[in-house]
Design a protein around this ligand. Structure first.
Ligand SMILES: O=C[C@H](O)[C@H](O)COP(=O)(O)O
Ligand SMILES: C=C(OP(=O)(O)O)C(=O)O
Length: 449
């Protein structure tokens, strides 16, 4: 259930509509208290930063830049450590360097980070050995452990989500502006990795080229500030609407509403009903918005979403993140892109090659084949090439750690390896080596485009 914490605020119009995938909070009073407290907390991001990202996304929509959006499937409170945050950031920075240099395109870097704590689920309950409990819905809602106590939704967790997001964002900001992300560190990001992995070695060769280019520029007297820091943004799925609307504020500069829990938020495949609460919520805020589109999306759905979320047809406002599956993308995507383009809307098209390619291995692990992931990205590029439209970016679930959750990749992981380091709380992520492999292959596709 949801409660009406601030009926006068313009953001609360979603409360009258059906809201899919919301937790069954057992104690409405406790939820109300938490919402009131969250409403008093300072913003996690500044509205001006959201505007800046909207401008960057406009460049993506116009074909002038490429989006790299990636991070955990589900962040976890016990993984808010310097090491894990640094590893994730390092992986994204390395991928960004590969795409920028080998793909020769400006890369907009956005993490699935500092707020990705809530998960929509296929089933509301999970049964093990005859015991049925609520499904795990992310650390913002309940615990992963299979006990009645852990699985009971607890609104106090929404406050932990805020604090975990704040701590993560703080370190990300320190790393990206305090010297760690300086392009001259391009080798340092690879240090612990290069010897053992083919993709690490390939990266090292590219880093040497970048070094030479930097030395050349330096010798010419050019040392741009842009190389010393990195623009990096935070995004997550806007799923738990009580949290998102408690973090929505009126921007004093413009009087507009911004969800200041992250720079960009997206609405998932399971919650993008046109007459539902999530789309209503997204229509009220000025952040750049993503919407996931699965294989059954019709052109009419896409056009109606544009009408609701981007009535002014403003490039950068709306990103369609398609997640069709490798076997469907070549059939399902062309009509969508054609009809949307013909409507005059300039959305950014981004490929999520993860969510349409999940299967369960014989061992019971949810996994994905690297080759399927790659094939979906290839299909995405083929479709856009065929239509003369811009393949705007990729959206991937990844981690900087050497997990064994997806099979394949240059440093191949086999189905029998899955149990070794299977650490995700929900869906399988690419590890660092697989992520770099993907970046090199996408850079080649982009160049060939
Ligand atoms: O990350 C996406 C969804 O939350 C996830 O795919 C749902 O998984 P389920 O089908 O196991 O519920
Ligand atoms: C739930 C997700 O994806 P989708 O909505 O595409 O299933 C996700 O990206 O975490």
């Amino acid at each position: 259930m949801t409660v009406n914490a601030n009926p006068d605020a313009g953001v609360n119009t979603w409360r009258d509509l059906p809201a899919a995938q919301q937790p069954d909070w057992p104690d409405p009073e406790a939820l109300r208290d938490v919402i009131a407290e969250l409403e008093s907390y300072p913003p996690l991001v500044f509205a001006g930063e959201c505007d800046q990202l909207r401008e960057r996304m406009a460049a993506v929509a116009k074909g002038e830049a490429f989006l790299l959006q990636g991070g955990d499937c589900a962040e976890a409170f016990d993984a808010v450590s310097a090491e894990q945050i640094r590893n994730k950031l390092k992986t994204l920075l390395q991928m960004g360097a590969v795409l920028t240099y080998a793909g020769s395109v400006p890369v907009v870097k956005v993490g699935r980070i500092a707020g990705q704590y809530s998960k929509p689920r296929s089933k509301p309950t999970e049964t093990r050995d005859g015991v049925t409990l609520p499904s795990y819905r992310g650390d913002s809602v309940n615990g992963f452990e299979f006990t009645a106590e852990a699985r009971t939704p607890d609104p106090q967790r929404l406050k932990r989500m805020y604090h975990a997001s704040a701590a993560t964002l703080n370190l990300v900001r320190a790393f990206t502006t305090g010297g760690y992300a300086d392009l001259r560190q391009v080798h340092a990001w690879n240090q612990d990795f290069v010897k053992s992995s083919p993709s690490g070695q390939r990266y090292e060769a590219l880093a040497r080229e970048i070094d030479r280019a930097l030395n050349f520029m330096n010798a010419c007297g050019v040392d741009p500030e842009e190389f010393k820091t990195v623009e990096f943004y935070a995004s997550h799925e806007a799923l738990i609407l009580d949290y998102e609307s408690a973090l929505t504020r009126v921007d004093s500069r413009t009087g507009n509403l911004y969800d200041v829990s992250g720079h960009m938020v997206w609405i998932g495949e399971r919650t993008r009903q046109l007459d539902g609460a999530h789309i209503e919520f997204a229509s009220r805020i000025r952040n750049p918005i993503g919407v996931k589109l699965g294989p059954t999306t019709t052109p009419e759905d896409a056009l109606a979403l544009i009408e609701r979320l981007d009535p002014e047809r403003e490039p950068g406002r709306l990103t369609f993140i398609t997640r069709m599956g490798a076997d469907r993308i070549r059939d399902a995507l062309p009509t969508l892109v054609e009809k949307v383009t013909a409507s005059g809307a300039q959305v950014a098209w981004v490929c999520d090659p993860m969510h349409g390619n999940t299967f369960e291995a014989a061992s019971g692990h949810k996994t994905r084949r690297f080759d399927d992931v790659l094939d979906e990205v290839k299909g995405f590029f083929e479709v856009h090439k065929g239509l003369g439209t811009h393949p705007g970016g990729i959206h991937v679930e990844l981690t900087g750690d050497d997990v064994t959750e997806c099979v394949g990749g240059g440093d191949e992981i086999f189905v029998d390896d899955l149990h070794q380091r299977y650490e995700t709380a929900c869906d399988p992520r690419l590890n660092r080596s697989q992520s770099l492999d993907l970046a090199f292959l996408v850079a080649e596709m982009y160049r060939d485009q």
